[in-house]
Write a protein that binds this ligand. Structure first.
Ligand SMILES: C[S@@+](CC[C@H](N)C(=O)[O-])C[C@H]1O[C@@H](n2cnc3c(N)ncnc32)[C@H](O)[C@@H]1O
Length: 244
């Protein structure tokens, strides 16, 4: 499995760097030497000491794998933490009109990440809206047909991301983690597959039953062991409503 946003990390000697929990700092700019937007954004994140290296790499690699499936004018990043993943959608695609970033806490790193991203993509600032609240199970305040993201939302909060997508009739991409032991479905299946696989199989059946087409993909395990991505689309891209 290869690094796509940052192909330089396909060199195995750089895997420990890519997975490091140390903060991305100015001396690390040299690991992102090209003029690609990914490298420019990473250098800006490094200058601002915005996030740990692993979180930056994880966010970009996730984004790279799902972006073409989640084309929408509105993106909702649930359990967003610093919000880097959601912001990347607007940084790369000026047609994205609104990014809702929701978390029960607004970490100080969010403002630093926003400053770093806006140095390269200033249009992102006016499109991003941080909503500080616990995830609700009433999605009425969220934009219809928004694409939903849930990166390491933790345990059942991943399922809340799927609930949101089904309710809002949008595409969804999740990278689950913190799988609980009590996977739904037959015990024999959970025993044979293990809880992580059993949960994601259950999630896949659930989405397909709700009219989605589900793909499985992954970020390189060298950066995270919790690397499986479920990406589900409902409305064919060509038929998606036009941005206003
Ligand atoms: C593991 S972090 C993932 C953050 C981010 N998605 C990322 O990939 O870096 C999980 C996040 O979920 C948030 N969270 C936990 N419970 C929540 C809840 N009930 N409602 C909203 N956010 C919650 C935490 O504050 C934390 O930022």
């Amino acid at each position: 499995m290869t690094f796509k946003a940052f192909p330089q990390f396909n060199d195995p000697a750089l895997h420990p760097f890519a997975a490091s929990r140390s903060r991305l700092k100015p001396p690390h700019e040299r690991y992102f030497p090209s003029s690609s937007l990914a490298d420019r954004l990473a250098r800006s994140l490094a200058r601002h000491r915005a996030v740990p290296i692993k979180e930056a790499v994880e966010s970009f690699e996730f984004f790279w794998r799902v972006r073409n499936h989640l084309r929408s004018c509105r993106i909702v990043d649930l359990m967003c933490g610093h919000g880097l993943v959601g912001l990347l959608f607007a940084a790369y695609d000026r047609r994205v009109e609104e990014i809702v970033l929701l978390d029960r806490k607004r970490p100080p790193s969010h403002d630093v990440v926003l400053s770093a991203i806006s140095e390269e993509a200033p249009w992102v600032v006016e499109r991003a809206r941080f909503v500080q609240q616990k995830v609700q199970h009433d999605w009425s305040g969220m934009p219809l047909q928004a694409s939903i993201i849930g990166v390491h939302a933790c345990g059942r909060r991943t399922d809340a991301c799927l609930d949101a997508a089904i309710r809002l009739e949008g595409a969804v991409a999740v990278m689950p983690c913190c799988y609980q032991e009590d996977a739904p479905g037959p015990l024999s299946v959970a025993r044979a597959l293990g809880p992580a696989m059993a949960w994601d199989v259950h999630r896949t059946y659930r989405l397909e039953a709700a009219g989605y087409k589900v793909r499985w993909t992954a970020i390189p395990p060298a950066v995270s062991a919790m690397n499986r991505i479920l990406v589900a689309t409902k409305i064919p891209v060509d038929c998606a409503p036009a941005c206003s």
